[in-house]
Design a protein. Structure first.
Length: 242
């Protein structure tokens, strides 16, 4: 009975619930409220686009959801786990296992090759190095990046670094992928290919994707569109000019 109730609960509860979250930054000139009592939910398996003007707080929000940063008040609950109740070590472990993050500025490790940057995620999750390399090589092939496997980030173009960053976020089939403008540095055709790959992987593992984008065309491929404006989230309804 209890097990049944738990299953039902996990089906009806949102996968991610952001509740009344505030994030402020203090500068020399005063305090800036970036996220103001923000509340919204994401359900398991859905792809949600997040639009908002530059400086509206999109990356700040992704950092809070991933547990890299912490809210000044309010809670972020992922799969029933309140992130603020975890200590730093457990938050790191949670992020490492459950989340794939495609950073706006890639955040690749300069001293590791492309293949090592990606395989590291698997190794940190306990996969043996030989198997981690094998899996990574396979993924690089599907991303048409196999010939760049032994390049260091500085030897890759911006778009190639972005593809490595996408591969690193997907390699461990995480339940949640946070993507901060994942196609921003790619030409139209490569961008479409990467978006397709991202979605195929997400769907195969019934994962949830939160996708920051400045492109309405990219946003329109999502199940839902949220907009962030003046610290508040709104669901997009009907057509609007961006
Ligand atoms: N660590 C920080 N310290 C101080 N201010 C910060 C910090 N991080 C973000 N901010 C401020 O918060 C605001 C939102 O920044 P954020 O990077 O989240 O915007 P964004 O919506 O991702 O913009 P873009 O589309 O340009 O990437 C900005 O005004 C920024 O200056
Ligand atoms: Mg940003």
């Amino acid at each position: 009975m209890l097990a049944h109730a738990t299953v039902l609960q996990s089906q009806t509860q949102p996968f991610i619930h952001v509740d009344n979250v505030c994030r402020r930054f203090t500068h020399g000139s005063g305090t800036q409220t970036v996220l103001a009592n923000l509340t919204f939910s994401l359900h398991r398996g859905e792809t949600v686009a997040l639009l908002g003007r530059s400086g509206s707080g999109k990356s700040t929000l992704l950092n809070l959801i991933s547990g890299i940063d912490q809210a000044d008040s309010g809670t972020v609950v992922i799969d029933g786990q309140n992130l603020s109740l975890l200590n730093e070590r457990d938050r790191t472990l949670f992020r490492r296992r459950q989340i794939g993050f495609i950073y706006q500025f890639f955040n690749l490790i300069d001293s590791l090759t492309a293949v090592e940057n990606i395989a590291l995620v698997l190794e940190l999750n306990g996969v043996k190095p030989a198997l981690a390399l094998e899996k990574t090589q396979k993924l690089l092939e599907t991303m048409q990046m196999a010939d760049k496997a032994s390049h260091f980030p500085a030897q890759l173009s911006g778009g190639e670094q972005q593809r490595i960053a996408i591969a690193r976020a997907l390699i461990h089939s995480p339940k949640l992928v946070l993507a901060d403008e994942p196609t921003g540095n790619l030409d139209a055709e490569t961008g479409r290919h990467m978006l397709h790959l991202l979605k195929t992987k997400i769907q195969a593992s019934n994962s949830t994707l939160l996708l920051v984008t400045h492109s309405l065309a990219v946003a329109q491929t999502a199940d839902r569109i949220l907009t962030l404006d003046h610290g508040k989230i709104q669901e997009r309804t009907g057509d609007f000019a961006w």
